[in-house]
Design a protein around this ligand. Structure first.
Ligand code: ASP
Length: 384
């Protein structure tokens, strides 16, 4: 049986088109994976496999994250939680609208991330964390699972939507990755919206920077030009410096044509220095997509994700070891990343409709939705 399945895999049969006996088994196993727990290596709940029901690949699917970290109920008010859920809902709805009418996974990923970049709750675009020199240095990447084309940018400071710039790099330049002022200049040359750096400013991220620099004994940069004066009264919880330590955003999508795509956008880590770049814009580390394996977007302390090439490793386990997506994600996040004392998580999906997430932090803003089902949004570790 195993040999037969390997042979079929080698023949490059799409999983759900393999001969019926195998199709039932394999597609059912895909469903079991998508029903697996949100994190950890706890045993999967009774799956439809055990009920003997064949499962079809959904016509479209989305999985999204809004950052992983120390996110627990004690540190959230109902209003704050509602704010996050509303932002995630809005992004999901935008992606669903595109996918349901037959639009591409790439379009869905870009549209959802644009909304999250504009939402000051998330660490991407407006609301991004500050580097030690008082600037917002934005990173993003996008990858097309159908063609393996990819685009990425790092240290962008003037382009409103870094995810759209990453896509323009992929589609309208001969390069895969552009950085710094050159990346912004390219954005302007292809008429992507340019904004003053103050556009990305939020008071709470600024306060978080000051606290971080004070802790490290580093100099505090001047307040950026063109931003409102410091508030007279203390910030509300919603704006408190530690409330949004995380918040990188990522989306993976499967479209009606069976293609998958992944995108990630971030401000990186607070008080980063020397033009530090994390995993998010590095293809294979924080972002990856191939129709032959899977699409992944990561979030967490980027240095560990770079060293483990997390996104590509998960997809390689699926592609070459024949692992289910959830098992592959757990192998890399729960075992390998945890062994290195790295922290964070991923979202992922495959072209045959397996959906997964895995994280080793107390929480991860996350959501999934597939055709015929209801959107599922979760924040804390104990949620399904
Ligand atoms: N992975 C991002 C980075 O290291 C940060 C995050 O996801 O919170 O730049």
């Amino acid at each position: 049986m195993r040999e037969e399945s390997d042979t079929l895999r080698a023949m490059n049969f799409p999983v759900c088109l393999r001969p019926l006996t195998l199709a039932v088994l394999l597609c059912v196993s895909a469903s079991a994976q998508s029903a697996a727990p949100a994190h950890g290596s706890a045993p999967a709940p009774a799956s439809k496999a055990s009920l003997g029901q064949p499962v079809q690949r959904p016509k479209w699917a989305i999985v999204l994250h809004g950052g992983a970290g120390v996110i627990d109920r004690n540190s959230m008010t109902p209003e704050v939680e509602a704010g996050y859920r509303a932002g995630i809902n809005e992004a999901l709805a935008a992606a669903e609208k595109i996918l349901d009418r037959g639009g591409s996974a790439l379009d869905a990923v870009e549209a959802a991330i644009q909304l999250l970049e504009d939402n000051p709750l998330f660490n991407a675009g407006r609301g991004a964390v500050f580097a030690a020199d008082g600037t917002n240095q934005l990173d993003a990447a996008i990858m097309d699972g159908k063609t393996l084309r990819a685009g990425a940018v790092a240290d962008v400071q003037r382009t409103r939507h870094p995810i759209s710039l990453a896509r323009a790099v992929m589609e309208r330049s001969p390069s895969v990755m552009l950085i710094g002022p050159g990346a912004d200049a390219f954005a302007a040359s292809v008429h992507l919206e340019q904004v003053p750096p103050s556009f990305f400013f939020t008071e709470r991220r600024w306060q978080a920077l000051i606290r971080d620099l004070e802790k490290q004994g580093l100099p505090i940069p001047a307040r950026p030009a063109g931003v409102p004066p410091p508030p007279a009264k203390p910030l509300s919880w919603m704006e408190a410096p530690d409330a949004h330590k995380f918040g990188t955003v990522g989306v993976v999508a499967l479209d009606l044509h069976g293609n998958i795509a992944a995108g990630t956008s971030t401000g990186g880590t607070t008080a980063k220095r020397w033009n530090r770049v994390g995993d998010s814009p590095l293809i294979g580390a924080g972002t990856y997509a191939s129709n032959d394996s899977c699409a992944v977007s990561a979030t967490g302390t980027g240095e560990y994700f770079i060293r483990l090439t997390v996104a590509r490793t998960i997809c390689a386990l699926v592609q070459y070891k024949g692992m289910g997506l959830q098992a592959a994600a757990d192998e890399v996040i729960q075992r390998q990343l945890t062994a290195l004392h790295g922290d964070g998580g991923i979202i992922a999906l495959t072209a045959d409709g397996q959906l997964a997430w895995s994280f080793n932090t107390p929480g991860m803003f996350r959501a999934k939705w597939q055709e015929g089902g209801k959107p599922q949004i979760a924040i804390y570790r104990d949620e399904p």
